[in-house]
Write a protein that binds this ligand. Structure first.
Ligand SMILES: [Zn+2]
Length: 180
């Protein structure tokens, strides 16, 4: 499937560094006008590699669910609010008294946007659709909408939140899939 992710990143940095070097060579400073030629911009290229880890200990039931093909929300036992992605605490009641609830996944698209200008770490994906749907249970979920053509997205369309494998990384996550 063409260039690997690593090769694409390398190419991005190679280009950025080359542009910077060209500017420095021509002017003696890393300063160049912006795209419209209105403002002087200081250019710099530094690679920031970020490796992060966050504890999912208290919501690991959710990830176990993905492996079983199930999608869980948490629901506060006191006020009945749903949390998705799941949270271990209810900020309204200030308690950690939660039920794990498998959700139907059935919902209706409220709004969506097609992402064609992507952040670097998403630049290897084809244009994708980020959508918000109202779930049958009465709460909203933000997720990608899996369509072969972004023009097929429609407000009001019936969708199902499903466990999918995100390629090329190959990890399990959830996306809306049209069910009409
Ligand atoms: Zn609550």
């Amino acid at each position: 499937m063409g260039m690997s992710l690593e090769a694409k990143y390398e190419e991005f940095w190679r280009q950025a560094i080359k542009q910077l070097n060209d500017v420095v060579k021509a002017t003696g400073l890393p300063i160049a006008p912006d795209e419209k030629g209105q403002y002087s911009l200081w250019y710099d290229v530094r690679e920031l590699r970020l490796r992060f880890s966050i504890s999912v200990e208290r919501i690991k039931r959710f990830f176990e669910g993905l492996r079983e093909g199930k999608i869980y929300a948490t629901r506060c036992r006191r006020c009945g609010r749903y949390y998705f992605p799941p949270q271990a605490d209810c900020p309204y009641c200030r308690v950690s008294d939660m039920d794990w609830v498998e959700i139907s996944g059935e919902g209706e698209l409220l709004t969506y946007t097609v992402i064609n200008t992507k952040p670097l770490t998403f630049s290897h994906y084809p244009d994708y659709v980020v959508a918000i749907a109202r779930m049958r249970e009465g709460f909203n979920v933000l997720a990608w909408l899996r369509v072969d053509d972004p023009r097929k997205a429609r407000v009001g369309m019936k969708v199902k939140l499903q466990v999918v494998k995100r390629e090329p990384e190959g990890y399990l996550t959830y996306e809306f899939v049209p069910i009409e």
